[in-house]
Write a protein that binds this ligand. Structure first.
Ligand code: MN
Length: 408
């Protein structure tokens, strides 16, 4: 019985801007990440050359745009060409959507303008049509690959797999496309493209669907639990929302056996990971306790020195405990961002409590201040105004009790 090994990589987003967003990488680190970015594709190509799978599958968003810059394009072509003779199948995604101007169109001005730039090798099959096309898998007469290019967003009512003929063929039938499975548990905030349900996929009767788009890898399971396909996940973590990204996928198919989850193996492609941590500082009353809590969070996330850390602090911090975690984190990790804008000082003041009598002559300035702020808070109907009053209360209390104001 024929068995096929496959390697799958997608959503590399080569050419994506790496210095913006909430990770706020400074120029020098963004430069380092640009090198890491290319290294991911180089690493995958080396893996393909070494392990010689029956095919390398790239279901979309290899580039971050339809018209990448020439240097990125030439780099990608050179790297994919180095995978020969292993056949490479590529289905454009929503970011590198197929269009007449596409780098995937051999007649586009971009492709033609590169002078002596490298050409897509003959072992690379790029699906450019907006409907599924099937081609035999070279060297494996009983296996075929059916792919489609993403061209543009369609109304939800148009289903990705609607035109797909139900196949009753024998042999191994591989599907390749960039699409969003409905209710995918690791979907994140990615926009919907070529939507499908596992039931639709199951009805189509293919052996395996290599699907791109979602940046967190995972299995596409049928209603009875069988494995219908998988997302490899984004090969590179380019932004804060790419927590869990940075993987490619190896798998092995057999013609007449149901695919088991144990036949799928995700590998690290990006050797740095993004960790998005949330930490409640409530109840912390000294810096040693704060460090200890942080260590627990870092250990739970398995954060290593090469990684990128984004830490959001929330809750109430006891008075006088300094929250300077940025510097110690920046020294230990490749990059660290700390957002403490949600932390509130631990004052036992309830602004929405009913009006009390005006404090008497024995009252402290603090009592008077709180009484007046509570009045203002209760009088305004505006949510924004209330948030400002709350801020002003904390600043005022800091000034009155600590004698200094910490900008938050
Ligand atoms: Mn996508």
């Amino acid at each position: 019985m024929e068995r096929l090994r496959l390697a799958q990589l997608s959503d590399l987003h080569l050419g994506a801007c790496l210095s913006g967003g909430k990770l706020a990488l400074p120029q020098a680190k963004a430069e380092k990440r640009r090198a890491d970015h290319r290294q991911c594709l180089t690493r995958f190509a080396a893996h393909v050359r070494e392990t010689r799978p029956a095919a390398a599958l790239i279901p979309g968003d290899l580039f971050d745009s339809t018209e990448p810059d020439i240097d990125d394009l030439n780099f990608a072509i050179n790297t994919l060409n180095a995978m020969a003779p292993v056949p490479v199948f590529l289905a454009p995604g929503n970011h590198d959507a197929y269009a007449p101007s596409s780098c995937y169109n051999l007649h586009s001005a971009l492709y033609q303008s590169r002078g002596s730039g490298p050409k897509w090798g003959s072992h690379i099959r790029i699906f450019t049509a907006d409907h599924f096309e099937s081609v035999p898998l070279p060297g494996h007469p009983a296996a075929s690959v059916s792919g489609v290019a993403f061209h543009r967003h369609l109304p939800d009512t148009q289903r990705a797999l609607i035109e797909l003929p139900r196949t009753s063929q024998d042999g191994i039938r591989i599907l390749l496309f960039h699409g969003s499975m409905e209710n995918y548990p690791r979907a994140g905030s990615d926009r919907e493209v070529l939507p499908f349900t596992p039931a639709e996929l199951e009805r189509a009767g293919y052996t395996y669907a290599a699907v791109g788009h979602y940046h967190r890898g995972g299995v596409i399971a049928g209603e009875r639990g069988g494995v219908l396909g998988a997302y490899a996940g984004a090969a590179f973590a380019s932004s804060l929302s790419d927590e869990g990204a940075g993987t490619w996928l190896d798998l092995e198919l057999a013609a007449h056996e149901p695919l088991q989850e144990s036949a799928l193996h995700w590998h690290r492609c990006d050797d740095r990971a993004v960790h998005r941590l949330q930490m409640d500082v409530t109840g912390v009353t000294d810096t040693a306790a704060l460090s200890q809590r942080l260590e627990e969070h870092l250990a739970a996330a398995k954060a290593g020195p090469r990684d990128l850390i984004h830490l959001t602090l929330h809750g109430r911090i006891a008075r006088g405990v300094p929250l300077d975690l940025r510097q110690p984190l920046a020294e230990r990790f490749f990059h660290a961002v700390v957002d403490d804008s949600q932390v509130e000082p631990d004052y036992a003041v309830d602004l929405s409590a009913p009006d009390a009598k005006e404090p008497g002559l024995a009252a402290t300035s603090e009592d008077l201040f709180v009484w007046r702020m509570r009045q203002l808070y209760r009088q305004t109907p505006s949510e924004d105004e209330r948030a400002r009053i709350k801020e002003a209360l904390y600043y005022g209390l800091d000034a009155l009790t600590l004698g200094e104001v910490h900008l938050r």
